[in-house]
Ligand binder design. Structure first.
Ligand SMILES: Nc1ncnc2c1ncn2[C@@H]1O[C@H](COP(=O)(O)OP(=O)(O)OP(=O)(O)O)[C@@H](O)[C@H]1O
Length: 235
């Protein structure tokens, strides 16, 4: 078997506020394979975002190890961690964080201008189905379209991993399903390993594996025999 994209060993993140200690992540062991689609489900405060942020190099664990392929992220200096993030990680958040004064094309070009081996902005926007809207400003696009621009921006540098924190959280079901469809299309066409945090249990059906979080631990892992297509989802 090839080296996993991520390997976590006893990964732990503890926050101390006053007398109270919160184990946001509590000795999590995990492997995520290349090209996998993984959905993280669990109640609020169970540690999903903490894990995603550590995988993305936005945060550091208190103890334990996290490898990206053969690279031990827990060993890296801040500068090296920033380079890891810039070279290998795309993020998609609930809110799109587009620059309002720039067109869709220009928002994506902001990233491709500084990336090492980027796609052309027009190709990234075509991949998310927005080739006809690329010269529109964010205010001229629907929420779902803005999220698709954010996805184009995240994948234009051809990251190995795409980390998505509630990507459909602000969308109605029809546009949310379209966004999931776009994420699956990117996974299929570019082979991007994709991790999706959601509170929407329906979305688990499109995953290869579903990780259920409770109290900073993975309480259960479900392997789906077959992935559903986004178009088959309802919520
Ligand atoms: N910067 C911080 N300082 C103190 N406690 C924190 C901090 N960040 C997270 N926590 C705590 O760590 C725990 C895990 O939080 P986390 O955001 O990972 O949960 P989550 O499963 O992503 O929740 P949600 O679904 O609401 O986003 C929570 O108890 C949270 O309050």
């Amino acid at each position: 078997m090839s080296v996993p994209v991520f390997t976590a060993k006893a990964l732990t993140k503890t926050y101390v506020s006053g007398e109270v200690m919160v184990h946001a992540l509590n000795e999590v062991d995990l492997g995520i394979a290349e090209k996998e689609v993984v959905v993280l489900l669990g109640p609020s405060g169970s540690g999903k975002t903490t894990l995603l942020n550590i995988m993305g190099g936005l945060d550091r664990p208190t103890s334990g190890r996290l490898f990206f392929r053969d690279l031990d992220l827990t060993d890296l200096e801040d500068r090296e961690l920033t380079k890891y993030r810039r070279d290998h990680v795309g993020f998609v958040f609930q809110f799109y964080n587009l620059v309002p004064s720039l067109t869709a094309y220009e928002n994506v070009a902001l990233v491709t201008e500084v990336a090492r081996n980027p796609m052309r902005p027009a190709d990234a926007l075509a991949l998310v189905g927005l080739e006809e809207r690329m010269h529109h400003f964010p205010a001229q696009l629907s929420g779902g379209e803005q999220q698709r621009v954010a996805i184009a921006r995240a994948i234009a540098k051809r990251p190995a991993v795409l980390l998505c924190d509630e990507p459909t959280g602000a969308l109605d079901s029809k546009t949310g399903i379209r966004v999931i469809e776009v994420l699956l299309g990117v996974n299929r066409q570019l082979g991007t390993t994709t991790v999706i945090i959601t509170h929407n249990a329906s979305i688990q059906e499109v995953a290869d594996r579903v990780l259920f979080f409770a109290d900073g631990r993975i309480s259960r892992i479900q392997t789906n025999e077959a992935r559903r297509e986004a178009a088959e989802l309802t919520w």
